[in-house]
Design a protein around this ligand. Structure first.
Ligand code: SAH
Length: 237
């Protein structure tokens, strides 16, 4: 074995500011926005020449947030309710011998003025994720329509999502800055980010989207958003 040097070629700026509530795979929340900022010396228009003709890209990235926690030979996927173990290589778990993730994202645009930025939609990536590589997505090679997905079948019906009357004024104000916010929150909560074993109607959950702390409860198969606040202060937005 020889050694092969690797370094991040870019960094992700994402609407998801913490791990909790990030969709479990890409494409589940099409309104999720991310920007991939290429790093020097890769941040030149030449490295992405021709990429604009592709609608989707593969990203290979480091699970930097969980990498220090190492790996185990078996893991308990949330899909199996969190109580059945399968081999690490039979999962898309973040706790892997080499903490490498792969996600497909829609390529919404490329900017090459002052550095290089890829605008991405539908990514399941944490803010600050180091990206190791970009490859164009090739539907004829990468999409296998009749593949079997074992325990990881898409399955679960989405949760219904509603907004409490108290959050409407904040939402209306924020929509000027983030026009897709209501849609984004709805898509994220429809995936039911709660751990599989949690079902407490009084429990309040929170997630960090952009600079906002969004809180909700789950009652009778419905997620109800009960507060939207700025993360930096406790003032309602
Ligand atoms: N599509 C990827 C990721 C699947 S795991 C793959 O198959 O490899 C999905 C989880 O990765 C998300 O729920 C999110 O919490 C987590 N995640 C995203 N970016 C991460 C990062 N930089 N470090 C650690 N975990 C991350």
């Amino acid at each position: 074995m020889s050694n092969w040097p690797m370094q991040p070629i870019g960094m992700i700026e994402s609407c998801f500011k913490e791990k909790f509530a990030i969709p479990r795979q890409p494409g589940l929340c099409p309104s999720a926005e991310a920007t991939l900022h290429l790093l020097p010396p890769f941040d030149q228009a030449d490295t992405v020449r021709g990429l604009e003709a592709f609608s989707h890209v593969w990203l290979l990235f480091a699970f930097h947030e969980t990498a220090a926690q190492g790996w185990r030979p078996t893991v308990r996927p949330p899909k199996l309710g969190g109580n059945q173990r399968v081999g690490v290589f039979a999962t898309r778990s973040t706790f892997r011998p080499n903490p490498i993730g792969m996600s497909v994202a829609r390529l919404a645009g490329i900017e090459t003025d002052q550095g290089v930025r890829l605008r991405l939609a539908g990514a399941d990536l944490l803010d600050g994720t180091p990206v190791l590589d970009i490859k164009p997505y090739l539907a004829y090679a990468d999409a296998i329509a009749h593949a079997s997905n074992g325990y990881a079948d898409a399955g679960n019906a989405p949760l219904a999502v509603s907004f409490a009357a108290e959050v409407e004024p904040a939402l209306a104000r924020l929509t000027q800055r983030l026009p897709h916010l209501r849609q984004l929150i709805s898509e994220v909560l429809a995936q039911d980010p709660r751990p599989g074993y949690a079902d407490d109607p009084d429990r309040e959950y929170g997630m960090a989207l952009y600079d906002l702390n969004i809180r909700w409860r789950c009652q009778a198969g419905m997620a109800v958003v009960c507060s939207i606040r700025h993360t930096n202060d406790n003032l309602p937005q």
